[in-house]
Design a protein around this ligand. Structure first.
Ligand SMILES: O=C(O)C1=C[C@@H](OP(=O)(O)O)[C@@H](O)[C@H](O)C1
Ligand SMILES: C=C(OP(=O)(O)O)C(=O)O
Length: 409
């Protein structure tokens, strides 16, 4: 299936109930389980990545399929390794190619027993769960913060606790902060000093917990604001003092001329036209915002140099390659270097006559490209639009409510 997306014919006005954060939802579910909480998490995300987590935690089965959810794969691998029994965990073909060796090695050295069912270093896994000794280990900080979050959440339940020395550059750091902040809300303290995080044996306390709206999802509406210029957009359920690192998107979009006003129910966006001539930014802390900014910048004709993109190659797809390939179809030539830098200096090529944007089973490819319909006279065609359910199932419905036409073909 594909959608031809057409811009609203009238001035775009939208008050959007954003989805709940999947990063917070999936942590809260693990912490709720570890605290033996009698309460249900409020405002859980209804996205695929959270659905697979809920299913796994409530299932009687010993075999779990977490589909494409990176957080579920990493968090459940750690969680199951400390629950007595034999478990298997698998996912989509792409998941079977997303590395997990660093986490498996770390868990095995802390007393777990995890084996590879197919390819060494990758899911699917067979996990023989038992009480974990814990202790002191080193782990590279530059591949995926999800390995670190996964270890931290089970750390207080290890016999000796955990002392984790992070080696080298630490990527996606706000996600580690998010894990520690949520653990603290559930009654567990950690000490983070330089490159070392220490967690003593402790018990989690059950609490009543409500998930906030998703700042990564908000970024697509900021892009719509930047490209339509005269829209009226309100995004509900976002907070200024958010636990989410992607709240940084609000400040960064100010550089593309979009202002943010916080109200008691979310944010109101305003276009003020004060955009920079070139955007230079290091996305090491907000990798999930990179696609939104790449697409928005080229369509605003703002050259950019984005660094810190090293984790993009091992996400839902190789996002650096996917962005280059799909933007070439629209007439933009991007260059990459060092597996971590993507740049556009204004260079163009002949656009395809009837381009169809491929989405590579990556929700963020679909969501980041859709706003392009606002500036392309014939609209934009997007293949496999249903991929958005990974994090934002109501995305297309919300665009429709805002006045976009979505024609199936
Ligand atoms: O912990 C999390 O909730 C996430 C961490 C990030 O992954 P990496 O740490 O692999 O960069 C991010 O890209 C992902 O969408 C969600
Ligand atoms: C990278 C992402 O998810 P995950 O790694 O959890 O699959 C994402 O949502 O952009």
């Amino acid at each position: 299936m594909k959608y031809l997306i057409k811009a609203p014919e009238e001035r775009l006005r939208a008050s959007v109930q954003l989805p709940a954060s999947k990063s917070i939802s999936n942590r809260a579910l693990i912490l709720n389980a570890l605290s033996y909480s009698p309460y249900d998490i409020q405002n859980l995300s209804d996205c695929d990545d959270t659905e697979v987590m809920v299913k796994a935690l409530n299932s009687d089965s010993r075999d779990f399929d977490i589909k494409a959810a990176g957080t579920a794969m990493r968090f459940l691998t750690a969680f199951l390794s400390k629950i007595v029994g034999e478990w298997t965990i698998t996912g989509t073909e792409r998941m079977k190619n997303r590395p997990i060796k660093l986490l498996v090695d770390a868990l095995n050295s802390l007393g777990a027993r995890i084996e590879y069912i197919e390819k060494e270093g990758y899911p699917p896994l067979r996990i023989f769960g038992s009480a974990l000794q814990g202790g002191e280990i080193s782990l590279a900080g530059g591949v995926s913060s999800q390995y670190i979050s996964a270890l931290l959440m089970i750390a207080p339940l290890m016999e000796k606790g955990l002392t984790l020395h992070l080696e080298g550059n630490i990527i996606s750091r706000p996600y580690i902060n998010l894990t520690l902040q949520l653990m603290e809300q559930f009654g567990v303290k950690a000490i983070w000093n330089g490159q070392t995080i220490k967690i003593l044996p402790q018990e989690y306390k059950p609490i009543r917990f409500t998930v906030e709206s998703d700042w990564s999802a908000a970024s697509y509406w900021y892009s719509i604001m930047a490209l339509s210029k005269n829209a009226e957009i309100e995004l509900l359920g976002l907070f200024k003092n958010s636990l989410q690192g992607d709240a940084a998107g609000a400040k960064l979009f100010a550089q593309l001329g979009v202002g943010t006003t916080f109200t008691d129910r979310g944010v109101v966006l305003k276009y003020n036209g004060n955009a920079v001539k070139k955007l230079i930014y290091n996305f090491v802390n907000e990798p999930d915002l990179a696609q939104t900014f790449v697409v928005t910048c080229v369509l605003l004709n703002i050259p950019f140099r984005f660094t810190g993109l090293q984790s993009l190659k091992i996400k839902e797809t190789d996002r650096i390659e996917a962005l280059k390939t799909e933007l070439r179809k629209l007439g933009y030539l991007l260059t990459d270097s060092n597996d971590s830098i993507l740049e556009w200096n204004g260079e163009r090529c002949e656009p395809e006559a009837d381009p169809i944007i491929a989405t590579y089973e990556d929700h963020r490819m679909a969501m980041a490209f859709a706003p392009a319909a606002l500036v392309l006279p014939k609209g934009l065609k997007v293949a496999d639009p249903e991929v958005v359910t990974k994090s934002y199932p109501a995305y297309w419905e919300d665009l429709r409510k805002a006045g976009f036409a979505l024609i199936e073909n």
